[in-house]
Write a protein that binds this ligand. Sequence first.
Ligand SMILES: *[C@@H]1O[C@H](CO)[C@@H](O)[C@H](O)[C@H]1NC(C)=O
Ligand SMILES: *[C@@H]1O[C@H](CO)[C@@H](O)[C@H](O)[C@H]1NC(C)=O
Ligand SMILES: [Zn+2]
Length: 644
Amino acid sequence: MLWPRLWALLAAAAAAAEAAIIPEATVRISHLVLESRAREFLYKQDQRYSYECKRAVTASWNYHTNVTRQNKEDLVEAQERFSDWTKQSWEEARRWTSLLPYFRDTEVTRQIKLLSVLGAPALPKAELLKYTRLISEMTAIYDATTVCRYRNPNRCDLAMNRGLNKLLRKSRDYDELKHAWEAWRESTGRVRQRYQQFVQLANKAAIANGFRNMAELAVAQYESENFREDMGAVWEQIRPLYEQLHAYARRKLREVYGSDHVTRRGPLPAHLLGNMWALSWKLDDLFLPFPDVPPVDVTPEMQRQGYTPRRMFELADGFFYSMNLTRVPTSFWRHSVTETPRDRQVVCHPSAWDFCDGTDFRIKHCTSVTQEDLVTVHHEMAHVQYFLQYKNQPYIFRAGANPGIHEALGHAVALSVESPRHLWRVGLLNSPHVTYETEINDLMRRALDKVVFLPYAYVVDLWRWKVLEGSLPEKDWNCGWWDLKYEIQGMRPPEVRSEADFDAASKYHIPANIAYTRYFVSFVMQFQLHKALCMKAGRYVPGDPTMPLHKCDISSSIRAGNAMREMMRLGSSKPWPEVIEAATGERKMDGSALREYFKPLEKWLTEDNEKHGEFVGWRPDGEYCLYEKPQTKDGPQRCQMNTE
Ligand SMILES: *[C@@H]1O[C@H](CO)[C@@H](O)[C@H](O)[C@H]1NC(C)=O
Ligand SMILES: *[C@@H]1O[C@H](CO)[C@@H](O)[C@H](O)[C@H]1NC(C)=O
Ligand SMILES: [Zn+2]
């Protein structure tokens, strides 16, 4: 009962101070009162958040490690409870925002700021319901999409994970691929009208959070004045490497499909890259520089040495311990699921879990004894290490420094772990050295995954932001998409598209409204972190050909571990440029580390493209999308006159 009255009093004091009604000395006192009240408020929020979070995470864990109807029901209930609490907390936090200018303690200010952005749930109940219904209708259309067989149009059973993925990877039939590509988009594109309604509601939600539109809210999470320009600049840094890959891939595709289909200077046909979205070009048989040279694979050696999933996790725990970082607590071993359980159904996708109580951390991973899983285990353990380091921060700061950094760190650790040097150090390879051919193949495999992904990822959110902020009008949504695809990714559709299509929706993250920028950020920053940590470790020395970046392994370096901890322990308590400065000495996202990592491959590609006289870059070789014709002066006007 006391609380609302006190509240009114404090607010009045602040207002009076602002209007200079009360003297300066009183203002200073009310600062202190206000701030200590704010601290009390935040302390209570933190306690309650941790408690509610633990409940929700526990329900989620119970379901994902034991799929039953009961557990699903419990999870839905827990999620509802948690989102009710989040909304309540948001409403309470918002009452403080007008007082922020009076606070001196930046941590208090930052916590209130973070607590007062909620996203879509800020909508009034009826509209929120409509918003979530739209998203679930759109994803239902996406999920239900199947494609009929090219040679048997009556069999329409190809779903993304049942046959379609494989077809795109394996088929070398131009028309079959074109059919699959187009049929997928014909179905997933049916959400266009719903997406229109979705955009309106999303922007309404953004306004309720104090932003002009949802694009502005999404970008604001990156806490950098010019984040969009920064992304563009990073892409320009990486583009020369991408253009070399692009030119090389175009020649290889031309050899298979002929120059009618793949022109010498044109963009790449988007359906030939082995993936529905051309976001990864893993066509090893086509693109590997030395197709007969086998990759490094320590799987047989792991099996020979009697490795178990448990031992793989212990090895990963040791990786961090060797760097003066923290071992996982004993409860981790008791609760984690490291193998496929026999007595129940689980969702096997690997994941790391923070139970929000500062003690309980787990991993769920149906581990197989393979090299690939060994790397994944280290990646997941990097997430747990991050949890461990920021566990003493308040709830709202227990997160990666920006939405991409948790992943970036996991990937950076993986870069060390999969280096031949590391595999040799842990006794799985006979030598830290591999042949030049193996090395170039290996870099190529990684580039076909990590470099070609960047322009794809960049386009997804660039397009989405233009749509959300209204700078790309609805009538041009699809052709605007293809303009970006052409300009940035160097891709063209198999057949000219129009505004009857909605090709952006061919990727789950559009109908499901999942942000994509974090993937771009994590793919760039993993190399940046890798480079910074390798330099601390003294295992990468710029200009020294015996210590190149792509061969570096940071394990057992205490200096690298200490730098990692400096960054991790801050969580999101400070804007991320400050946080990464703690580890890297840099304050910006930077693409040069990625270029450095792939330098031997870039050299190989440049020489190979020169040798074959390939044109590097791309020029238009046709029409890709039909914009709606602008209505000419006499057309519609005459029409109107006739009706008069
Ligand atoms: C799985 O969940 C059910 C409740 O739906 C529970 O009765 C059962 O004990 C759980 N199994 C395990 C192994 O935890
Ligand atoms: C190891 O980490 C601890 C903090 O956990 C730190 O106090 C100590 O100085 C580090 N040791 C070295 C040798 O840097
Ligand atoms: Zn991860």
